[in-house]
Each structure stands twice: as C-alpha cells, then as structure tokens.
Ligand binder design. Structure first.
Ligand code: M6R
Length: 608
C-alpha cells in the first residue's frame, strides 16, 4: 500500500507533491511526508496522521525547491509516528527515498550496513534503502540505485533524490505500482494516475525492474542491464472529475450512486440483444474453452465475494466446475493446476499482492489466466493472458461498491460467453439473460430510491455491537459482501451465515433484540429461507428482510420487509447488494466513522 509521488521541473515541487498525495491518500493515511532539494540542500517535512497535518506543518515552515518526492503511508514496519514516516534519509542526510512495498531482507542488509558504520533511527524496512544507495554511490545516482536494488528482496516502488545530483530523480518498481507522468519540461512519478491528472494525461506504465531517470530535459527508461527501453505513451481519456466527490459527502456514497452508469458501461458493446457475445479484449478460443476442465476464481475481500457469485454463474450456465478461493490461501497450498486449468483473477486495483502472486503461480504451472480488473495498465492486467475490464471508473473509497457490482457483470459475461461457446444454453436462454441484464442499471436506480428506508433502519440500529446477515445460495454470497461492508466502515461486528447452517451452532448467538438482515431473493429456496428467518424471529431477533417485489410472504416473519425489483434470480446480487451498501454507509456515518478512510485499512493492498 502507501502512495508515492515525485516531481522534477521548473515550478515549486511541494504544491504538486501535496496535491498528488491527496489523490493517493486512499492508499494509506497514517502519516505523510515530502523531501525537496533546494540549492544543494535536502529538506524533509513529515509527520504522523492525515495529510492535513503535513499541510499545516508546511504552511508554517515552507519547503522550497523544484525537485522532490512525497509519501502517504500505511504502516507495515514500525508504528505510525513522525520518525517512521517517509521520506527516509541516509545517515549523512544526502539521499532521500520514498518507498511503497516491503523489503523482505532488510534485517540482514541493516546488520551489514551497521557494520559498515551506518546509523539507523527508525523501525522501518525502508531506511535501509537510502543507506544502501549511499554505500554504492560513486557519483552516479542511477547506477547506485541499480546496485542497491540488486541486493533487495521483496516488493518496491521507490523514488530517490540526492543533494549530489539536484537535477535527477530516479525511480524503480517491482510488484508495486508506479507510473511516470509526462508534462511540458516537467515530469512526475506516482503510484496511480489520479495523482498526476491535473497536470498531464500522458503517462508511461513501468514494468517490474524497470528504472526511470527523470531530469528537467526528459525521461529515460532502462532495464536492469542498463539498456534503454522505448515505451508507448498511454493517453488517459477519463476525466479528472471522475476521481472527485462531485457534491456527495463521501466518495463511497458517490460511488454507490454511480452504479447504474458503471453497469451500463461494463455491458456496452459486450451485451447486445440479438448478437452473440463478442469480447474484443479476450483471445481465448472456442476450442480452448471446451478444453477447460477446472476453473479457479482467485481474489481477496470484496472481489472474492464477486467470485463466489461467479462460481454460481459459471457452473450453472456453462457447466464447468469452479473453485473460488482467497488468493492468500490459494498460493500457499500447492493447488492442482495444469494446462486444462483456467484461473480468473479478480481485482479492482489490479495490484493486490496476493492475487498477483496467485496469477503468477497459475501461469508458471501452465494455466491460462483471465483477469477481471478496473485499472488499465495495472500489474494484473498486464500479466494475464486476457483481460475483461470493468468500466466502473476510478473507485476511491476504501470500501468497494461499484467495483463489486461491475465485477458481477463481468462474471455473468464470462459465464454467458463460455455457455455460448460450449453450447450449454440455447440462444433463447442466452438472449433472455442478456435482455434481463440490460434492465439492471434502471432497476439499480429504483433500488437507490429506497435509501430513506435504509437510513431510517440505520438510525434505529447503529448502536448494535453485532449483526447477522443471512441468505441461501446467491443470497448468502451477497450476505458475505453486506457483512464485510458493515464491519469495514462502521466497525460493527457482523457475520454472514448460510441460513440453513445457522442451527448447527451459530443460532446460539441469537437473543432478543439481535439485529438480522435476511435476503430472500432466490425463488427455488424462498420457502426454506422464510422458515430460516422464522427460526431467528422466534428467538427474538429483529429482522430486516429483502425479497423480490410481489414475494410478500416474507412479511409474516420479518419486522420490516423491503422489496427489490424483480429480475432473474441469478442476477439478483447486483440489486440486493445495493441496500446493504447503503446500510453500511448510513450506520457508519451516523456513528461518525470516517467512511472513505476506515481505520487500519488502505485501498490497494500491495503487501501480502
Ligand atoms: O483491488 P482488489 O479488488 O484486489 O482489492 C481486494 C480487497 O482488498 C478489497 O476488495 C477490500 O476487501 C475492500 N476494501 C472491500 O471493500
């Protein structure tokens, strides 16, 4: 996690560094800092807490100069504190470094450097980098960084400046994202595009172990062997406004409301009535699809929950066995993978370390990989064989909302595409699902109109310490996502449970007044779900239930019933998750939580 930025040009660096960091604050926000070089002197300003603290500090004690680097932190090594904040500096105070990632062998490097006379003041892994660069520095900062990096194991995106060469900024990445922004006589580095978007739309995406030397004259990209690399400029077409709050109080609320558009955009040109599904970005052939014996869907967090729905959809529509697994477990359990395996890696950011590692493992063992991601040029998109982009636009709030619903759409598209190629569904059946999918944006708009009811429920229940989310089948998959949303931003403990499993132990936790959210959209098991709800209401639970319009039976068992527009049961998750997102949002805001930046979290998890 963490966000890094850097600037070299003719203007003052610090306004850009602060602005860039504010766009990256979603990546980590427990401390921030900048380092700027001016007249051969390095000035570092850094402190614990949100970026606003750093801004105050800089207002009182300005940091001048036209070359600088900046960092917003999500602590991994050492508590959030002024001293552990980045940038970190070598013992002599001539080299400064910002780093996103983890240097796994930092302890052995540190011991080695201490023996050479270097001193350390922080608990961070990063502090070894400026000292190691210093050790190798013989008048050429690029060469020194290259040598230092060759000794480092782990993941990193780093930016380095030195007082010895005040006209150079050096950066490199491995397993952590980094882009280069190309301005007019000024150049930038950043962990993500929004940081530079107010200044340039032309960027380079760096690959692992590519070094970049930025001067006021231009940018040079080099391989680890020092060979110059020619890169294509990527021109960003989306609008900077997409990453602004646009009148909403929080990014999360804005992103919840953007879902109808995001769903439409993700289906555009892929789902067209009367036409076979055409996926321009997917090269897998019909023959290869027919030869798939097993699919693994691998992801983390919310993306994992989208994968649970994907399993149901692919198995039901395309009749291929699917296993869904959390990436951090999958990669360490020696899974059975061969050429007949397809791995679908799902990741909003396209940078999640565990998902990326699982993808690499699968490729190494001969599997084909399809990525579902929202970020063009992300590591996962570049390493997969095929990519199906979700066109959700930038998602800034830490809690994922529009990424989830568009990932569901991507899952349905893949399931239908496979079904079409394998002939497991008739054309009429495929057309019916497509027709229904195209109604989802409008139906989502309908669901969004019921937010007052959810808000009212939240205002009556925000004081609960625990909550339960119940469902069966696809409703259970959505219950998991609703529960994660609630925990993540409101800090209310909650559990999602397969409603039929409750009586095997967990029902012991239900007592008079326990708050329960029950989902009952799956028609074939509706009656069973209604019975499960009765099991908890009998024991005093207060239940808010969701079902399709017209399925009023639920009213006999719940305290409050709400209806969502009718659709095919397999598509229900796209609609039924929306009130749960709103519920988490209102619970959190009523409790006064920082919705967009919940404690202990970061948006992009680039450490394992
Ligand atoms: O970028 P990714 O989709 O790979 O991120 C995976 C999870 O870290 C992410 O979904 C996380 O669980 C969200 N904060 C949930 O709202």
């Amino acid at each position: 996690m963490c966000g890094i930025v850097g600037y070299i040009g003719k203007r003052e660096a610090s306004p850009f560094l602060i602005e860039g960091l504010s766009k990256l604050e979603y990546r980590g926000y427990d401390s921030a800092g900048i380092a700027v070089i001016n007249n051969g002197e390095l000035k570092v300003s850094k402190c614990k807490g949100r970026l606003a603290n750093l801004e105050d500090r800089i207002k009182n004690d300005p940091v001048k100069g036209t070359l600088g680097i900046g960092h917003t932190r999500w602590a991994t090594h050492g508590e959030p504190s002024d001293v552990n904040s980045h940038p970190h500096t070598n013992t002599n105070g001539t080299i400064s470094v910002v780093h996103n990632g983890i240097i796994e062998n930092y302890l052995s490097i540190k011991e080695w450097l201490i023996k050479k006379g270097y001193e350390f003041y922080t608990e961070t892994d990063t502090e070894v980098i400026p000292n190691l660069v210093d050790y190798y520095y013989k008048g050429d900062i690029l060469e020194a960084v290259m040598k230092a990096v060759s000794k480092m194991e782990g993941s990193y995106a780093i930016g380095v400046v030195t007082t010895e060469e005040p006209d150079k900024l050096v950066a490199v990445r491995k397993d952590s994202p980094l882009i280069v922004g190309l301005g007019q006589d000024e150049y930038y580095i950043a962990s993500d595009i929004p940081a530079v978007l107010n200044h340039t739309r032309d960027v380079y995406f760096l690959n692992d172990k590519e070094f970049v030397l930025l001067t006021r004259e231009g940018v040079k990209i080099l391989s680890q062997d020092g060979e110059e690399i020619k890169k294509e400029v990527y021109h960003v077409t989306w609008n900077a406004d997409a990453a602004e709050k646009g009148g909403y109080e929080h990014f999360m609320l804005k992103e919840i409301h953007e879902q109808p558009k995001a769903l439409r955009d993700t289906m555009t040109s892929r789902i067209i009535p009367g036409k076979p599904i055409q996926l321009d970005d997917i090269t897998i052939t019909s023959e290869q699809i027919k030869n798939i014996k097993r699919i693994y869907i691998i992801a983390c967090g919310t993306a994992y929950h989208a994968g649970v729905v994907g399993k149901y959809a692919i198995e039901k529509l395309a009749r291929i066995p699917v296993e869904i697994e959390v990436a951090s477990e999958f990669r360490y359990r020696d899974p059975i993978i061969d050429e007949s395996t397809l791995l679908i890696a799902v990741s909003q950011s396209g940078e999640t370390a565990d998902t990326l590692a699982a993808l690499r493992l699968a490729k190494q063992k001969g599997a084909r990989v399809i990525a579902i991601t929202n970020v063009v040029g992300s590591s996962i998109s570049r390493e997969a064989d095929d990519v199906l982009y979700t066109w959700a636009g930038p998602e800034i709030a830490v809690a994922s909302t529009k990424a989830y619903t568009t990932q569901l759409i991507a899952m349905y598209i893949i399931a239908l595409f496979f079904a079409q190629n394998k002939g497991t569904l008739s054309n009429e059946e495929i057309e019916e699902i497509k027709r229904e999918m195209l109604t989802l944006p409008e139906k989502t708009e309908e669901v969004l109109k019921t937010k007052d009811v959810v808000q009212k429920f939240a205002s009556k229940n925000y004081m609960h310490k625990d909550m339960f989310f119940l469902g069966r089948g696809l409703d259970y998959a959505v219950a998991m996502e609703g529960s994660l949303k609630l925990k993540e931003i409101s800090y209310i403990h909650s559990e999602a449970y397969a409603a039929g499993e409750l009586k095997h132990g967990t029902i012991a936790l239900i007592e008079p007044g326990t708050a329960v959210i029950a989902l009952a959209t799956q028609e074939d098991i509706y009656d069973k779900m209604v019975s499960n709800i009765r099991e908890v209401t009998t024991r005093g639970a207060k239940v808010l239930g969701f079902a399709f319009e017209g399925h009023t039976e639920i009213e006999k068992t719940v305290d409050l019933a709400r209806y969502i527009p009718k659709t095919l049961p397999i598509l229900a998750p796209v609609l039924s998750v929306v009130p749960l997102q709103l519920l988490a949002y209102y619970m959190a805001t009523i409790k006064g939580c920082d919705v967009d930046k919940p404690r202990n979290l970061a948006k992009s998890v680039t450490v394992e």
